[in-house]
Design a binder for this molecule. Sequence first.
Ligand code: C2O
Ligand code: CU
Length: 497
Amino acid sequence: MIPRRSRRSITVAAALAILLAGCGLAPSTSPVDAVDFDSPLAIPPLADSTVENGVRVFELTAQEGQLAFTDGDTTATRGFNGEFLGPTVRAERGEEIAFRITNELTDETTVHWHGMHLPPEMDGGPHQPIAPGESWEPTWTIDQPAATLWYHPHPHGATEHQVYQGLAGLFLVDDEHSSTATLPQEYGVDDIPVIVQDRDMDVETGQIEHDRLGGDGTEVGLLGNVIMTNGVIGAYRDVTTDRVRLRLLNGSTARTYSFGFEDRSVMLVASDGGLMPEPVELDEVRLSPGERAEIVVEMDPGERAMLRSFPPDLGNLAAGFAAGEKDEFDVLELRAASELRGTDEPSWTYEDVGLVESDATVEREFELNGRRINGAEMDMSRIDEVVEVGSTEIWTVRNGELNPHNFHVHDVQFEVLTIDGEAPPRELSGRKDTIYLEPHREYRLLMRFEHFTNPEVPYMYHCHLLQHEDAGLMGQFVVVEPGEEPGEPPEQEHHDH
Ligand code: C2O
Ligand code: CU
């Protein structure tokens, strides 16, 4: 059993509120609107596929939409195969897959497979644009451990807008370890996808507002007043088992969350790159934009349990309140049936992929400052780093200022060796593709680049706070054969800022 968490934070907060009220000062209130949790959680449908000559083929259409999020009018949205967000793609390790992606938007887009190990031409970054009315057909064989990944647009300079408008979906990879694990695994029943996003919304009219995108002078980007899970504001989910698995994706453009419950701890079973080496019991799970966590929550018959976001520990920021470090709010209510089906204690086999520090032959350093990495803003025609295929490397990453950033690397899943020379906390002991960077701390990340080379088509690394990424906090690396020279990234015809 998972022990109940202590109630420390509540007591302190309550005491502080009383104290401040006594002085005639109101305690600071969260900029997130309080709402009733009385709308059923939507579960993104599993994407249809057909098998053609042994290849599993999915179709995705990026399209304009209209959706009513409140009792008010509909508001303009975008989605894949629907009004908002996209279907959950699900495939198995070893499968050869392909997508037919059509862009029915009025502007250029791309579809990037966040967390996926795949050839750079299939990656869907800024070098694989799809013009309006055009299609793109990437194909690859899935070869990585089971994990909760996701897909989203990545057009140069316009990612924040497009993700905010609703273009995002989950991509679940299964393998023998995930399918034989003792874990809740019935999609949408006891294995529940939860895409958490915030929006600026005029709640009266139901209109999503875009004015603060693109940099409004705050350092973090847009922090919205409304929280949605799978596109639903104030959602609840009926639960019929005594354990549920939540696959949490922070699909927000800027906000970092610290998910948990007031009265119980949770078991972290998987991070970005898949199952953890062992279960980690936590009071709160911090997720910055782009990160995922799979947690198992224990439920008692008949109870209601509120998934909340507590004030996230963002490190020592200059203006943490403006980055949301004081914000706390409800996210999703779990409502247990009066009788719950019993489930077994979670267990699984961890696949060690053999990442070993002593194998590292190359070390690189990256410092993030403002909208630059190592002093340079993103340039589509410049290759920043050249990596030899097969090599194991250590990337030392540092947030050089007192503003929030995180760091995401395409193509690989890394392991966190140290943070400021110390072993990372247990929740960072699994494989990751995105990591929050507390100011002025040094993160040493171990990764191996395998299988795919192309001297001309780069992969990206960047901050996943999307306004930062769009404004230049991104760099490019190519993976080459030993001794091979990097080429020049092909010109982009549709390049559009
Ligand atoms: Cu989630 Cu470079 O992206
Ligand atoms: Cu950043």
